[in-house]
Design a protein around this ligand. Structure first.
Ligand code: ZN
Length: 244
């Protein structure tokens, strides 16, 4: 291709020179010129967009830097619900273990996790709400275990404030979906005027991880593998909220 064009151009150049020479009169010896260098455009490859990359496992970009406040309920002088119906762990011990697991998982995924308590100590409800506000939490998650007069009541539940923001509602939806995905019984989303949901302005939910008044739930919540499963569900629900 290049050769042909070059040759053709050279021939044309010669023709032009001959004509010019003709004008200038006969007798002039035309030195054949070397073929001009023609910067013929090298055929550029047709641009074909690369195929889309195969779906990658979640890499955590959108949760990186998100501020998540984890609030294990009760603690210290307030044990929460007592182990009367199975197992030996108090509510405060169960939710502290779950909260610490959630914090570790979210930290591994790049979130900035703040815990209202990471040990067995007492905290006022307002201190918990203040922690959400002071740190401008992108999500506040309070973790509890439920009690009911009816000992057959079972399953987890997600609570948002009666006047919950759309962000809180969305987060609660993501959370119930994650519980279902992990095969954990979830009763649904409830609206409640809870102090730790009301007394700050940040997106928030309170998760009841099951009923300690139900023998089945109490037994499961006393098992570390079940608590790990719940923690994974909470971490996945949180992750889904930040990665719509
Ligand atoms: Zn509680």
């Amino acid at each position: 291709m290049t050769f042909t064009r070059t040759t053709l151009a050279a021939a044309l150049t010669l023709v032009s020179l001959s004509l010019l020479a003709g004008c200038e009169g006969p007798g002039k010896v035309i030195e054949p010129l070397p073929p001009p260098i023609i910067h013929s455009p090298t055929p550029s490859p047709v641009f074909t967009p690369p195929p889309p990359p195969p779906p990658q496992p979640w890499t955590g970009q959108k949760i990186r830097g998100a501020v998540v406040v984890i609030d294990p309920g009760h603690g210290g002088k307030d044990p929460g619900a007592l182990p009367k119906y199975g197992g030996h762990m108090t509510e405060s011990a169960i939710v502290l273990d779950i909260g610490n697991r959630v914090a570790r998982l979210l930290g591994e995924r790049g979130a900035r996790v703040i815990m209202t308590r990471s040990s067995d100590r007492f905290l006022e409800l307002q201190d918990r709400a203040d922690t959400a506000e002071r740190n401008r939490a992108d999500l506040f998650i309070s973790i509890h275990a439920d009690s009911a007069e009816n000992r057959s009541a079972s399953g987890a539940g997600v609570h948002i404030h009666t006047k919950a923001s759309s962000q809180s509602q969305k987060a609660a939806l993501r959370m119930t979906a994650a519980f279902q995905k992990h095969g954990i019984e979830c009763r649904g989303i409830y609206r409640n005027n809870f102090h730790v949901l009301r007394e700050h302005s940040r997106p928030a939910m309170l998760i009841e991880c099951g009923f300690l008044t139900n023998a089945g739930d109490a037994g499961k919540l006393n098992s570390s593998s079940y608590r790990a499963r719940i923690a994974n569900a909470i971490a996945d629900g949180t992750t889904a909220y930040f990665n719509p």
